[in-house]
Design a protein around this ligand. Structure first.
Ligand SMILES: [Zn+2]
Length: 370
């Protein structure tokens, strides 16, 4: 395990590579983005938007999946005011929302003046799938990722909306598996094939656990069906430089507020991933598996966009990286019907002993970030 010399991401991050010069693939792709002709890409999308504008029978030119977070609020703002379209917003209702999450979503929809479709998959099915995914593969969010991508595609099909606008390609921004179509054309059509779906087949995960008739929103429609209906999915991050901190400033103008009590345990910022309560523990499991989690991602993002130095990042990450997301731990246990013993029994299975050792009774990483 080693760390990128420009940001603080480790070589253990899935999909990330660190070259001989010590710089990781995520930093290299950010560097490459500096040579992109962004004006040309803006015009490209603007022209496409003009070609679809006003043609949908229900009046919706594009579909924007939103959570009420800073980036999705920005996407909605951008499609409406920069590209001049009439967007329909769609939200996949999370399991346990935070007050900030509820307020920010309501604010962005009302202040931006758009219609919102809410897809709320039945809670007992989702809870069962999440529990199975935690117990079997240590990845409780697995089913949820499927719902997000599949339900958005189903909504686009239902209203025949020609354009679905996703935010950033996390593979490009944070390092990870990136599809060629995403790099070359900004297409998000391979979303369903991305690395979130590879640990275990969904059907194997849920076999015998849930009624198949409750899974409509978990099944992504065939890509060919979307193509036949001329539905295009894009990453907005392909068409403009993606800077979450700038999006925060725009979102604030439309009522967005960060977490009032400050950053959650293990976080260094208070304005990302604040809508719901179950993802923190999910994300923290990466610390056991790969030796990094939220603070490494957040700090690296701030470094590559020149908001903090690497030195500063190292200090801030080291201060919080061993923290446990205790704020929502009870919610996590209760939702998945687990007791603490069961949780730790499963979680410890995923601690990578090549990365961890016990010092004075505390688990510590063998390769510290410096
Ligand atoms: Zn890097």
């Amino acid at each position: 395990m080693r760390y990128c010399k420009k940001c603080v991401l480790p070589s253990t991050k899935p999909g990330l590579t660190i070259a001989e010069d010590g710089v990781c693939s995520a930093c290299k792709s950010v560097q490459a983005k500096k040579n992109i002709d962004w004006r040309r890409r803006y015009v490209l999308l603007k022209e496409f938007c003009e070609s679809i504008k006003g043609k949908n029978e229900y009046g919706y030119d594009c579909l924007v999946p939103i959570s009420g977070g800073k980036d999705s609020t920005y996407q909605l703002y951008c499609m409406k005011f920069v590209y001049g379209l009439n967007p329909l917003a769609v939200t996949i209702d999370a399991h346990i929302k935070t007050p900030e999450g509820i307020q920010n979503l309501n604010k962005s929809v009302s202040s931006l003046g758009v219609d919102l479709i809410r897809v709320n998959v039945r809670p007992n099915t989702l809870a069962k799938i999440r529990r199975e995914a935690f117990l079997k593969i240590g990845n409780p969010n697995y089913g949820e990722h499927r719902v997000v991508f599949s339900a958005v595609a189903r909504t686009a099909l239902s209203y025949n909306i020609p354009l679905v606008v996703w935010g950033e390609d996390i593979g490009v921004e944070f390092g990870g598996n990136v599809s060629k179509s995403s790099i070359d054309s900004g297409s998000a059509e391979d979303l369903i094939n991305n690395d979130l779906f590879r640990e275990i087949a969904f059907d194997d995960l849920i076999e015998g656990q849930v009624d198949e008739n409750t899974l409509f929103f978990y099944d992504h429609p065939e890509k060919s069906l979307l193509a036949e209906n001329n539905i295009k999915s894009i990453y907005l991050g392909f068409y403009q430089w993606w800077d979450g901190f700038k999006h925060l400033q725009v979102a604030k103008n439309f009522g967005f507020k960060g977490r009032l009590a400050g950053p959650l345990s293990g976080n260094i910022i208070n304005y990302d991933n604040i809508d719901e309560r179950l993802c923190e523990v999910h994300n923290w499991l990466k610390m056991l598996k790969f030796g990094f989690w939220r603070p490494h991602d957040e700090a690296s993002y701030l470094i590559v966009n020149n908001y903090i130095t690497r030195e500063e990042a190292v200090e801030r990450v080291n201060k919080v990286k061993y923290d446990f997301p205790f704020e929502y731990f009870n919610d996590f246990l209760e939702y998945h019907q687990l007791n603490e013993y069961q949780f730790w029994e499963v979680a410890e299975r995923y601690r990578n002993k090549d990365l961890w050792k016990k010092i004075n009774g505390n688990w510590r990483l063998i390769y510290e970030l410096m």
